[in-house]
Write a protein of this length. Sequence first.
Length: 71
Amino acid sequence: MKYIVEPKLNQILKERNMTQLELAELTGIPQASISRFNKNKQHMAVHLVLISKALGVSIEDLFEIKEGDAE
């Protein structure tokens, strides 16, 4: 079984009417790093923890995880 993992930080921010800059200020993570979050295939563990705590969600909630067919 293959899993497809897609970041959904921008979706969460939009739902909360929050900007990347506001999240950067809450977490201390540079806004440029937050801007690239949905494009990156790998994420720094500390960024995942800080973002999840600032938004009050689990790390898993930052991603959409789908089951897919093996290629």
